[in-house]
Design a binder for this molecule. Sequence first.
Ligand code: NAD
Ligand code: DAU
Length: 367
Amino acid sequence: MKKKILITGGAGFIGSHLVRLMVTKYPDYQFFNLDALTYAGNLENLKDIEKFPNYHFVKANILDAALLKVLFHKYSITDVIHLAAESHVDRSIISPLDFVYTNVIGTVNLLNTAKDFWKGDLSYENAQDGTWDKRRDHLFYHVSTDEVYGSLGKNGLFKETTPYDPNSPYSASKASSDHFVRAYRETYHLPIIVSNCSNNYGPNHFPEKLIPLFIDNIINEKELPVYGDGLYTRDWLYVIDHARAIDLIFHEGKIGDTYNIGGFNEWTNIDLVKLLCLQMDKKLGRAKGESEGLIKYVKDRPGHDRRYAIDATKLEKELGWTPSVTFEQGLEATIDWFLKNKSWLDNISNNSYQSYFERNFRNVGEI
Ligand code: NAD
Ligand code: DAU
């Protein structure tokens, strides 16, 4: 079947890599990239593929239920891969409601639209004998985060069975959206898959997040604000490996299941920042240790989760996925990309995001 796939949030960081991967890999499918182009959406991320015959951009907001209905009918959407979201934890601490609107209500709007549009196939009988799932005519794939599991102590990993325990308004909104997606399977037999991924990094990453913000600041010799004691731990995955995982799970994942995605790659923030400083010194021809001098410990993020770490064994064993690059390779490719695309960073820094944080707070711990 020739699929007509609606990808939401395709102009953002992860979405743009997923759209590029799928548009170039599947010329027989049609792709509709639906994005509201918030501060985080950027069509420059997709310049190289915007003229591909199987790629279509639709500027729309997932809060607009009436428009979603029209679009599903107009383009006969067969599948959804849902990434559109408010994604930054610090912003969620400042304006939690924005996260409820987009991440919760927006997701429920999309679920309703898909359920109603695919209704003819969603019969009770089809659901009972599994016809629905076997045919794979439709899928609602929800892209989520490991933050829904809360915070780990020194040991252990997040598994698909780890109970949800979100701590920030962002993770609470994503947890809520995950629950709605599962509820639509139980209640309406909607064919769904959810994946929960660890921290991504790579090209197109918006410079409010740790790695791109610090790359930008190192280039401009600005302070590097490390929250708290810097011993918070994150598990980093190259964004293209996340996109590869979504493609694989979309095609081969078991309907109704959840998959954790991660590369077994834990770093404390301070160790990561020091590695970044070293690599940047080399690239910029600065003396070894120069950029480390920019590190400044600042007041902590409220409710800061201590440690995230993903157990991706299920994805590796059942679907044969493994990351394609090491962290050192991925980080070097990321730094090279940002140095080569300084205008991408400058365009963002000169527009409205600019300094939402700089204007209003020293950092989120100051609010
Ligand atoms: P991003 O902030 O870079 O991009 C989000 C995109 O969604 C933007 O293009 C934005 O314009 C669009 N958008 C926001 N609100 C919208 C709305 N109401 N209607 C339509 N479009 C809207 O985010 P990202 O980092 O690429 O994350 C994408 C998804 O992956 C999110 O669902 C996020 O929760 C999840 N995720 C992110 C990470 C990560 O490390 N970045 C890790 C795991 C999961
Ligand atoms: O785990 C997946 C999640 O990773 C995604 O779901 C989120 O969308 C994504 O933003 C990311 O969330 P984090 O809060 O982990 O990412 P962030 O880059 O904001 O912060 C990474 C770590 O660095 C975190 O411990 C906070 C710290 N930090 C961050 C910033 C922006 C600092 O010390 N200083 C900073 O200035």
